[in-house]
Design a protein around this ligand. Sequence first.
Ligand code: SF4
Length: 347
Amino acid sequence: MKKSQASLPTNFAVLVAQWFSAHARDLPWRKTTDPYKIWVSEIMLQQTTVATVIPYYERFIKRFPRVEDLAKSPEVQVLKFWEGLGYYSRARNLHRASQMVVNDFGGKIPESRDQILQLPGIGAYSAGSILSIAFRKSEAALDGNLIRVYSRLLGIRKPVDESAVIRRLWGVARSQVPSDVLIIREFTEGMMELGALVCTPKNPQCSQCPVAQFCRANEKGIQSEIPIKNKRMNRKKLRETVFVRRRGDHWGFLEKGADPKFPHFQRLPFRSLKIDSRVPKHFTFKTKYSVTDRDFEVFVVVGTAIRKDAKMVWVPTEELSNILLPAVDRKILRHLQDYSSVCKFKK
Ligand code: SF4
C-alpha cells in the first residue's frame, strides 16, 4: 500500500461516537430529534460559530417553532430574526424551502437524499448532516472542517481544493459511515465536534484526540502543513464613510436595496472610499465589518450633511428596532449613547 493510500481502522466510527458521547457540548439543537429544528441549526451553523448561533437559534425557534410557522411568515420577518447572522441567502432559502416542505412534502422534512436535495439551500453536506443526525440515515457529511480532519488523518499532501482530492475525501467519508443506526448521529456530530474542538485549523490538540493513534499527520508531525490549498482567497480591503443623521426624533436611512451588498436591508447613508484615499477629517469613531471576501474599514460621521441626492427615509426612534439593518449599521447605532438609552435592541 502506498503511504498516501493510508486507511482508517474498522472501529473508527465507534471510537468517534464513543468520544462524542463522553465529550459532547451541551447545545440546544442536540437536545432535539425534531428534523425541522436540526435543519435550522445546520443552516445557521454554516460559516458561523456555535457561540454566535446559539442565541439566534433560540430566538428563531421560539418565533417559528414548526416548519408551518416559518412557511406562512413573510420573508421580511424571517430576515428580521436572521439580522446580524450574515449570509442572508441562507435565511431566504430556508424560508422558500419551508414552503416547499409544507406544499410538496405534506409538512414533513424529506427523509430521502434525492428529495431533500430538491430544497433550496441544501447541498451535499447539509443533506448528509441532516439525514444522519435527524433520521439516523447512513449518509456521509463532508464540509471544510471534516476535509481538514480526514486529510490530516490520511496525511494527504495534495491540495484539498482539487476535485480529485475532494472526490477521494467524499469516498473516505462515505466508507466510514457506520452501519449501526444507533451510532450514526453520534458519529456525524462527533466528527463535527472533533473538527471544531480538537482538530482545529491551528494548534490541533492531538493529545486529546480519540483517533490520534491512526493519524498520519500526527505520526509525522505535519499537522500544521495539512490541509494544503492551491487557491488562497485574496481578501480585499475597502473603506466606507457612514453618516448618522437625525432630524429631531427621526433617523435618516437609505431605502431598502441602496447598498447592493445588502439587497434586502435599509442602510445608514454611506459613501465608498478608495483604500488609498484620505481618511475623513472629522469622523466620530471607527468600526469594521466583513462581507465574504471583503473587509471594510468604516469611518462613522455623526451629524454632518449627507450627499444631496440620497433618498432618505426618516425612521422614528421607537421604530428603529423593527427595520431591517445590516449588523454594521446596528452596531453603529448601538454605539451611540443616546440611541442605546432610548431604544434597546430587541433580543
Ligand atoms: Fe487532528 Fe491531531 Fe487528531 Fe490527527 S491526531 S486527527 S491532526 S487532532
